[in-house]
Ligand binder design. Sequence first.
Ligand SMILES: Nc1ncnc2c1ncn2[C@@H]1O[C@H](COP(=O)(O)OP(=O)(O)O)[C@@H](O)[C@H]1O
Ligand SMILES: [Mg+2]
Length: 292
Amino acid sequence: MSRLEAPGTIRSHERELKKAGDPTAMGTHCELRGATRVYPGSAGRPALHALGPIDLELEAGRFYAVVGPSGCGKSTLLELLAGLASPSEGEVFINGQPIEGNVADGVGVVFQDDASFPWLTVWDNIAFGLRQKGVSENIISEKVKGATKLMGLNGFESAYPAQLSGGMRQRVCIARTLMMEPKLILLDEPFGALDQQTRLLMGDELLNLWRETGATVLLITHALDEAAMLADVVCVMSARPGVLLDVVETGWPRDRDSRIVSKPEFGAITSRLWSLLREESLNALDTKQRGS
Ligand SMILES: Nc1ncnc2c1ncn2[C@@H]1O[C@H](COP(=O)(O)OP(=O)(O)O)[C@@H](O)[C@H]1O
Ligand SMILES: [Mg+2]
């Protein structure tokens, strides 16, 4: 049976085999157990069941993508993992510890919207988090140099965000997050506003930094090709309330880049993702049109 014909859910014995053969797999990093999020009603609006219940284990050092119809709870899932929101039911663990309503150490978040500070230069944007922590300027300077190089921003250190392209501004946000050396990097549709070529190149940069940092990455995206190209594992969510429809192993080697989009397996993975999501997206659209 080929990889793609097999059911997407990773069976535990397969996972053990994978761990044994993959030196970067280092056990469970995060876990959602029955995680559910209901937004309470307010001002006459009813409560809204946004997410779950979801059971999901993220192994340390692997690259995960989450895809699902608009409004299915992807950002809510990321907020739970980031500790920016608490589950209404169920639990979320990082390194075996329950998250209790605060961003756990070692977690870095990159949001969808350009979240650079427009009044600060590229350099000061990137240095921001370490300055807040009171780290010495010598160390900050060394780290900012490293991060600007890694994200291809050298030469632009004294520019302001308004002088940069959207792609470069997003790289500033990623560099700023990386400065804190997160072990878990959560990205919420970070390339949503970029054109296709820039998205592919940014994807390559993200793969590089994933390999270099050894971090666990969870990328939320609405682009199935991005998920299929970048991730080791693609989590496919249903329409709201989002639950996991399937967990698809892509089987790519760790050393990969955007050239895999020309491989036949790439087409097979994206069409599998699309067939899982087609009906869900139609449902989501229908619900929206009915105004609920
Ligand atoms: N703070 C909130 N209060 C009430 N409803 C919310 C809030 N945040 C998100 N929602 C709703 O929860 C659902 C899931 O939202 P979200 O997680 O942002 O979905 P996605 O990121 O998949 O588009 C949506 O219907 C959204 O309108
Ligand atoms: Mg979202």
